[in-house]
Write a new protein. Structure first.
Length: 158
């Protein structure tokens, strides 16, 4: 079952944090169709927030077709947002974990990494770039330029 973490200083409303964390769990496959969400009472006991805040978040998730309330039973996941490419045990995640480890080893802290990631995401999605930077297997942190290849003969005298 999902456990919500509320960051009171994040600048993001509490109900929106619940919505975002639920969607993240749906994307990563942590929550599957048929899974039960914690009751409002359980979330309140865990996080010390107002029960109406939890219900507001669950209503938004319901409007989006992600969950459904079952009177007397609770709120259940209706559909997943998971994609095999983004699975918690998939190769993309493993590559990202390796990249974060490299960034930390290079001296970047959590905020530095988040800022860098946010900047790259914004740039790549804003420009619509879909190419694979570092497709040769490098992580991009501290990697030298990839070797240049030529299409002509190896011997310039030939």
């Amino acid at each position: 079952m999902i456990e919500y973490r509320i960051e009171r200083r994040s600048g993001v409303s509490t109900y929106q944090q619940i919505v975002q964390q639920t969607k993240q769990a749906l994307r990563l496959g942590v929550l599957q169709p048929g899974d039960k969400l914690p009751t409002a009472r359980e979330v309140v006991e865990q996080t010390a927030i107002n029960p109406n805040t939890v219900l507001k978040a669950y209503r938004e998730l319901e409007r989006e077709g992600l969950v459904e309330p079952r009177p007397g039973l609770g709120t259940f996941v209706r559909r997943s947002l998971a994609r095999p490419e983004a699975a918690a045990d998939g190769p993309l995640r493993a590559g990202l974990v390796g990249w974060v480890d490299e960034a930390r080893a290079a001296g970047l802290d959590r905020e530095d990494i988040a800022a860098l990631m946010s900047s790259v995401l914004e740039q790549r999605f804003e420009t619509g770039v879909t190419g694979r930077a570092g497709a040769a297997g490098g992580s991009g942190v501290g990697d030298p330029e990839p070797p240049q290849t030529t299409t002509g003969p190896a011997d310039p005298a030939a």
